[in-house]
Design a binder for this molecule. Structure first.
Ligand SMILES: Nc1ncnc2c1ncn2[C@@H]1O[C@H](COP(=O)(O)OP(=O)(O)OP(=O)(O)O)[C@@H](O)[C@H]1O
Ligand SMILES: [Mg+2]
Length: 145
């Protein structure tokens, strides 16, 4: 599915996907600097019931939200600063997070060397026809590990 979306449209898509979320689901947010990955993640996490600030995890690399009502744990990761080797992912504890029953949103997933082999939903965001629109593609890879 490929769509041309403004901010509101991208946030709607995030809320739609969040409505069907299951423990262990992973969302890989692919796109260049300023594409809208954090915008998507914020709308997604907000719609699951988080009311406080949802800062960009650029420096912290992994923000965790525990949602009392649903019992869901949500991780918002940003791998921009990583090389992405399996050793690095293991050392930082990110492999454990990705194997847990938490819901995980990952910005800069292509930093992981084995990104394409991983199970999850990839949201690819690229430039649209105007500065305020983005081309957005949603792809599920359920064959991965
Ligand atoms: N259609 C659109 N969808 C998403 N963001 C848009 C759109 N049009 C304009 N924008 C703007 O682009 C910016 C996207 O910023 P955002 O932090 O979400 O990007 P990012 O992909 O997370 O970048 P980074 O790689 O630095 O983390 C915001 O300022 C947002 O308002
Ligand atoms: Mg971001």
């Amino acid at each position: 599915m490929m769509e041309e979306l403004d901010v509101a449209g991208l946030e709607d898509l995030a809320r739609k996907l969040a409505a069907d979320v299951q423990p262990g689901d992973r969302f890989f947010l692919s796109g260049l600097l300023g594409a809208g990955k954090s915008t998507f993640a914020r709308a997604f996490i907000r719609s699951l019931g988080v009311t406080g600030a949802i800062p960009s995890p650029t420096f912290i690399m992994d923000s965790v939200y525990s949602i009392v009502e649903s019992g869901l744990e949500v991780h918002h990761m940003d791998l921009y600063r990583l090389q992405g080797s399996r050793e690095e992912m293991l050392m930082l504890g990110f492999e454990d997070v990705l194997e847990s029953s938490a819901v995980v949103l990952v910005e800069w997933p292509e930093r992981m060397e084995d990104f394409k082999e991983r199970r999850g939903c990839t949201i690819s965001i690229s430039n649209g026809d105007s500065p305020n629109s983005r081309r957005v593609q949603v792809e599920w890879n359920m064959a991965g590990y």
